[in-house]
Design a protein around this ligand. Structure first.
Ligand code: AMP
Ligand code: MN
Ligand code: MN
Ligand code: MN
Length: 295
């Protein structure tokens, strides 16, 4: 904080402090869902990369935090989080809960509901793939997923390992992506229930990667209005290494809707295409960072 007194330009100081002193990544995945690093390794990597604030936001689980409860790194603030799957007007949407209490009754219940939905969905995907001639897929994906919350990436791994496709991308294009065999209807908790669950767990509900849903401007605006109506308070303004036009569009929406701003890499594994752990652009200066409300 010393550099704040070195310059008479307060705004510039704030800006410099944000870039130099705060490295924040509030959207990452571990082996508790579909990430490749264990929670402990992920935290150790974050420390090595001088990240100051990290949230592990696994899909529909907070299991990562079971492993981390005894770990304490002075330079790193770990914010308990989760990335919930839900639907809005027929579109698959992700809502992140940040600063939640993993042991709270609401979250434990929510996580169980979502896990059951995932298992049902996985069984259905496996049945459909078996019909297409992909043998042994149910046993195979269970083995791959192990204790992790099961998801489509476990199916893509099975399809690659068993030479049904060459790459993960091909697995999604041919079998698992939108409109394909693996895109089966799933009984997630509703949009409203998810936000309610996050709030009851003491957390802040953040609309994840708003640009990823490929909505028109009108529908994105409507989604944000509905999200605010049910108690959503923040949006992920920066997700991965998104381009400037998207950042500018989301910045103006964030300000217009008076939402708090969050940022995250959506890290799953080292070397991934979109952004490495902690490689997150700074939030625009005129947006209020979500973490400032937790102070
Ligand atoms: P699920 O949580 O089971 O709905 O699976 C969604 C996850 O699959 C996302 O969080 C990504 O990690 C992964 N995913 C989605 N689309 C693709 C793709 N085209 N290529 C690789 N991974 C993908
Ligand atoms: Mn994922
Ligand atoms: Mn997501
Ligand atoms: Mn994610």
């Amino acid at each position: 904080m010393q550099c704040a007194s070195l310059s008479p330009h307060k705004n510039l100081d704030t800006f410099i402090l944000k870039i130099v002193l705060m490295k924040v990544d509030l959207h990452t995945h571990s082996t508790a869902s579909d990430g490749s690093l264990s929670p402990r390794t992920l935290v150790e990597e974050a420390v090595k990369m001088d990240i100051n604030m990290l949230s592990i936001t696994d899909h529909d689980t907070t299991d990562a935090y079971l492993e981390l409860s005894s770990i304490n790194y002075p330079s790193l603030e770990l914010i308990p989080g989760i990335e919930f799957s839900t639907q809005w007007q027929g579109v698959g949407i992700h809502v992140i809960g940040l600063n939640v209490k993993p042991a709270s009754e609401a979250l434990v219940k929510g996580v169980k509901t979502q896990r059951d939905a995932r298992v049902k969905r996985a069984r259905r995907i496996a049945e459909k793939l078996e019909k297409l001639g992909v043998e042994g897929v149910w046993e195979g994906v269970q083995q791959i997923a192990g204790k992790s919350v099961i998801g489509r990436p476990h199916f893509s791994q099975y399809l690659v390992e068993n030479k049904h496709v060459k790459t993960t991308s091909e697995a999604f294009e041919r079998y698992l992506g939108s409109g394909k065999t693996g895109d089966v209807k799933c009984f997630w908790m509703s949009f409203e229930e998810i936000v309610d669950c996050i709030r009851k767990a003491g957390g802040t509900a953040v609309l994840a990667h708003p640009a990823k849903y490929k909505l028109t401007n009108t529908r994105l605006s409507r989604l944000l209005d509905d999200f605010i109506d049910v108690g959503g308070e923040a949006m992920e303004l920066i997700s991965g290494n998104q381009n400037r036009d998207i950042t500018e569009k989301l910045r103006s929406l964030c300000i217009k809707k008076k939402l708090l701003a969050s940022c995250g890499s959506d890290f799953h594994q080292p070397g991934q295409r979109w952004a490495n752990l902690g490689m997150v652009q700074a939030l625009p200066e005129d947006c209020e960072p979500v973490w400032e409300t937790w102070r």
